[in-house]
Design a protein around this ligand. Structure first.
Ligand SMILES: CC(C)(COP(=O)(O)OP(=O)(O)OC[C@H]1O[C@@H](n2cnc3c(N)ncnc32)[C@H](O)[C@@H]1OP(=O)(O)O)[C@@H](O)C(=O)NCCC(=O)NCCS
Length: 196
């Protein structure tokens, strides 16, 4: 992937580089629509081909975001990656107006030991993950591929592949599912190979 190839920013989008060594790599035909990306010193953003980003994305110092090909935001997202964490997002994901935090951005300690309770942690999102409206993905979450996260759900941990998860905290409510972007009544032919 060549660096910063063909990224198209509309007139409301901006990438703010707040320090030295903000590293960006954009694939082919990446679109930023009403997007504000704020990068601190020594942060990294690697975006695949044909990705569409909308909303607010903050990457703190020492943090990294990787986004796979064809992932798109249909609504503005709110993504905060801080405290030296990494967010990995796979290919062909579909995001509604979700919020994602690898850190709580404030600190909580055990009153008895003084130890920090809410430790920041990486987030992993596999391929073909659909995050429905008003979803939350919290620090340490790991969502495998081919998952639908129901509207209003809050993911806080591990979600296995080919499932629908829902609720707060999110729990699997359906297994062995496949989903596609199109509004259709029959499984698209291209997906038949994925049937069990
Ligand atoms: C998760 C979803 C896909 C489930 O659709 P479905 O497979 O047709 O499931 P059903 O409507 O049969 O619901 C199954 C069960 O899950 C519950 N459920 C459905 N959506 C839920 C949600 N968002 N949160 C919590 N529970 C939910 C239903 O009440 C039902 O419970 P029951 O079995 O106790 O009666 C759908 O409800 C949803 O949330 N879609 C997201 C839509 C969206 O955000 N679109 C944005 C466009 S990018």
């Amino acid at each position: 992937m060549a660096e910063n190839r063909e990224v198209r920013l509309d007139n409301k989008s901006v990438i703010e580089r707040k320090g030295e060594n903000c590293h960006t790599v954009f694939g082919k035909n990446v679109r930023l629509i009403n997007a504000r990306i704020v990068m601190a010193q020594d942060s990294e953003l690697i975006v695949g081909d044909n990705v569409i980003l909308r909303g607010y994305i903050a990457i703190s110092s020492g943090c990294k975001i990787i986004i796979g090909d064809r992932t798109k935001c249909n609504y503005p997202v709110h993504i905060v990656v801080s405290e030296k964490t990494t967010l990995h997002i796979g290919c062909d994901c579909l995001f509604s107006d979700m919020s994602l935090y690898t850190s709580d951005t404030h600190s909580i300690f055990c009153r008895k030991t003084g130890a920090k309770i809410n430790v920041a942690s990486n987030i992993f999102i596999g391929d073909r993950v659909w995050l429905g409206r008003k979803t939350w993905v919290m620090k340490g979450s790991h969502i495998e591929s081919d998952v639908v996260v129901a509207a209003g759900a809050m993911v806080t941990g591990y979600i296995s592949s080919n499932t629908i998860c829902a609720g707060v905290p999110a729990r699997v409510i359906k297994q062995d599912i496949l989903w596609c972007d199109e509004r259709v009544d029959t499984l698209p032919e291209r997906m038949e190979s994925q049937l069990l």
